[in-house]
Design a protein around this ligand. Structure first.
Ligand code: PLP
Length: 406
């Protein structure tokens, strides 16, 4: 039995009051909250095992290294990669995607090539490619979406030609909640010899991800969106491809030997991990994965879908003139909307005064906002610890806000 009240007790922040009212945290897409086990791992890292990793023969350094490398094994298992060599720790999804663009793209893309992105990408899966494009000159083509916010797969197939080298798309949209058919995209792309990059920032917190089954070449995600600490992310990369890529950054830990005559680089995955990593955050990510698997990813998804369906249905019935963006079947628990005649920012401010945290704005997806014909939206997004009674309070508060602004 999914016991949400018991689960909530693991999250100290949920006891907070905002303007004297219990916090209703519906900004989980931006970052999710952190259970006690993850907070304890951070505290223990600073209080008991802090030492730099892979550097010392002393006990603390060996313990810190073991914690980090155990986390790498846990991540490998979690996403079903074939080896820990394929798990690179980064600062987050953004850095992971920049790594792929700079290292893979900088090596394998040339003037005259084409890459495919989608209209629903987060800026972190657009701008790194544009930065590279300004140096190399390849073409970026964009998969449009259908009216329900799902990817137009026929259009995708039509964009592929002999010059296409890469497709980079999100697994789940941070605005629409749409879950894209990555396995199908990878099958089509690979049949044309095209490399596949997946931005998994919004899927890993909600779905069981199996990189072997999806057959993605790269898969990026962030710990802070999956009940883990901020400042840590993961890039999964297929070993044969990683082996052919040059380092992303230079510095300590990523070398085999250095002299002024030349430098040789460390083996995978260290070749891509220059400098001191957030080893305490990485050990805490291990605990976040333990948390998700203890609760059960399928059960979390079921719970979130219940909240999504319940809230969406009532919003459409009870809030006059509401516009919801993204209705694709199987979407994640993300509800982006606008109230008739109201600015999204005003709605978000008023909801905050009632203790409800939602996100407003373009959500780092300006091309998607353009496609939707809006400047911004309000976004309510749910996680494992949200409840139906929070949804009831949100709906009643939204009705008040709509009446005030409408
Ligand atoms: N991609 C998507 C789909 C996102 O939603 C986000 C964050 O909101 C990112 C990438 C960037 O993640 P981070 O800021 O953790 O690097």
């Amino acid at each position: 039995m999914y016991n949400v009240e018991e689960l909530r007790r693991e999250f100290p922040i949920l006891e907070r009051k905002i303007y004297g009212r219990p916090l209703v945290y519906f900004d989980n897409t931006a970052t999710s909250q952190t259970p006690r086990s993850v907070v304890d791992a951070v505290e223990s890292g600073y209080c008991h095992t802090k030492a730099n990793v892979h550097r010392g023969v002393h006990t603390l350094s060996m313990e810190a290294t073991e914690l980090q490398e155990n986390a790498r094994k846990r991540v490998r298992e979690f996403v079903n990669a074939s080896s820990t060599d394929e798990i690179i720790f980064t600062r987050g999804t953004t850095e992971a995607l920049n790594l792929v663009a700079a290292s893979w793209g900088g090596t394998f893309l040339h003037d005259g090539d084409e890459i495919i992105l989608s209209v629903m990408e987060h800026h972190s899966n657009i701008v790194p490619w544009q930065l590279l494009q300004s140096r190399i000159g390849f073409k970026i083509r964009v998969i449009p979406m259908l009216p329900d916010g799902s990817l137009d797969m026929e259009a995708f197939k039509g964009l592929i030609n002999g010059r296409t080298r890469l497709v980079s798309v999100c697994h789940a949209s941070n605005v629409l909640g749409t879950v894209n058919p990555i396995k199908e995209i990878a099958r089509i792309a690979h049949s044309h010899g095209i490399t596949v990059v997946v931005d998994g920032a919004q899927s890993v917190p909600h779905l069981k991800v199996d990189v072997a089954d999806l057959d993605a070449d790269f898969y990026a995600f962030s710990a802070h969106k999956m009940y883990g600490p901020a400042g840590v992310g993961v890039l999964y990369g297929r070993r044969e491809i990683l082996e052919k890529m040059p380092p992303y950054q230079g510095g300590g830990e990523m070398i085999e030997s250095v002299s002024f005559a030349g430098t040789t680089f460390a083996e995978l995955p260290y070749k891509f991990e220059a400098g001191t990593p957030d080893f305490i955050g990485i050990a805490a990510l291990h605990k976040a994965i333990d948390f998700m698997e203890r609760v059960g990813i399928a059960d979390i998804a079921l719970h979130e879908h219940d909240l999504l369906d319940y809230t969406t249905e009532r919003m459409l019935k009870e809030i006059p003139g509401i516009q919801i963006y993204g209705t694709a079947p199987g979407k994640c628990a993300i509800i982006s909307f606008n109230l008739a005649g109201a600015h999204h920012y005003d709605a978000g401010m008023l909801l905050d005064k009632l203790g409800i945290a939602v996100r407003t704005g373009h959500h780092c997806a300006q091309p998607l906002m353009d496609a939707l014909g809006v400047q911004g939206v309000v976004r309510a997004s749910m996680a494992a610890y949200n409840t139906r009674s929070e949804c009831d309070y949100f709906l009643a508060s939204l009705a008040r806000v709509a009446a005030m602004l409408g």
